[in-house]
Design a protein around this ligand. Structure first.
Ligand SMILES: [Zn+2]
Length: 166
């Protein structure tokens, strides 16, 4: 079984599990990137952490990429991320991407299933347990890994900046 997911995989998994949801891909207009920070936690890794501002709250949202090529700042087609070295654009279909967001949609709908696919940054949340006697429908009936609107919007921003390519 292939565990590692790409950003494209997570996007497709989300939109196919919840095609008509008013959330996520259908509410990206309500989110913007307030602040963005790039770190290099390991030789070939790039951790992007952003403050994502919604209508009322701000959330911390992260995407961790592996297999990133860091190159000298004068390399052609490279992207400036405000560090001494540039990076080459990262493919959105590159496997081994991990995500995290502080919002409730991410935590309750996706974090556990992302963890199961090795696509979650950090420790897993507690597995979702239905309240006995509750008539609420399951939050994620197909157990789909996925991403909230903040991760989606951050990915869109990174694409516009040239950090990501399709
Ligand atoms: Zn979120």
């Amino acid at each position: 079984m292939l565990l590692e997911k790409s950003l494209n995989d997570l996007n497709i998994s989300t939109t196919s599990a919840f095609p008509d949801s008013k959330k996520r891909h259908n509410s990206l207009g309500s989110v913007r990137v307030a602040h963005i920070n790039y770190e290099r936690p390991d030789n070939d890794k790039l951790l992007v952490t952003a403050k994502m501002a919604g209508e009322t709250n701000e959330y911390s949202t992260s995407i961790l990429f592996s297999g990133v090529e860091f190159v000298s700042a004068d390399s052609s087609n490279s992207v400036d991320i405000g560090a001494t070295e540039n990076i080459m654009p990262i493919s959105m279909s590159r496997d081994d991407c991990k995500v995290l967001c502080g919002c409730l949609d991410f935590y309750y709908t996706f974090a556990w299933y992302d963890h199961n696919k090795d696509a979650l940054i950090g420790k897993p949340p507690k597995p979702y347990q239905k309240v006995p006697g509750s008539n609420r429908p399951p939050r994620n009936p197909t157990n789909a890994p996925g991403i909230c609107k903040h991760v989606m919007k951050l990915a869109e921003h990174l694409k516009a900046q040239g950090v990501l390519k399709s």
